[in-house]
Design a binder for this molecule. Sequence first.
Ligand SMILES: [Fe+2]
Ligand SMILES: [Fe+2]
Length: 201
Amino acid sequence: MIAIRRPAPPGDPERVPAEALHSTAPAGEDGDAVHVLTLHHEVMRTLFDLAAATPPEGEARLAVLDELAGEMDMHEKIEHEIFYPAVRRVTGMVPAAGAEHRQLADQLAILLTLDTASAEFDSHLRALRNAVEHHAGTEEREMFAAARSLGRTELLRLGRELADRLEELRRARTQRLIRLGRQVALERGRGRLGRAVHPRG
Ligand SMILES: [Fe+2]
Ligand SMILES: [Fe+2]
């Protein structure tokens, strides 16, 4: 399902302290909602590490950034659609968490406008990573702990629903990228055709 493994973190003195990066909360039973969401948090942490470790200029950083933006967007969706409505019954944390999602989306939108080779980008990337870590860490330590009172059966049912929806969103995203790729190829083809019909000089 989620196959990205967390690499050894690159050296970065301004990173969040290691002890703050890892929640002490249990990761949940295999396949339950806590397990699925904790794994997905790890995917995002890995992508932040990769984004910081890739050369500032070039396609690699852009590709990682695209993945990160996609995963953050999908994570927000599955929590809003499935997990938050379920845990609203057992915790009062949902409104604050929703507000944090909006803040994270705003920060991400700003990051995506910046030149990836600029110092401003590095600073915004660190700020977003810290904000995501604060949000995800709070979910893992407090919200997921509260979610346990929903019971094992319900957490497993929610876990299946979250994993299925995540896969569905990933497939839809892949399809969009394929369509976009075809469109770009078509435009390039038209460009070549245009130059053949109306050669410059
Ligand atoms: Fe969240
Ligand atoms: Fe989360």
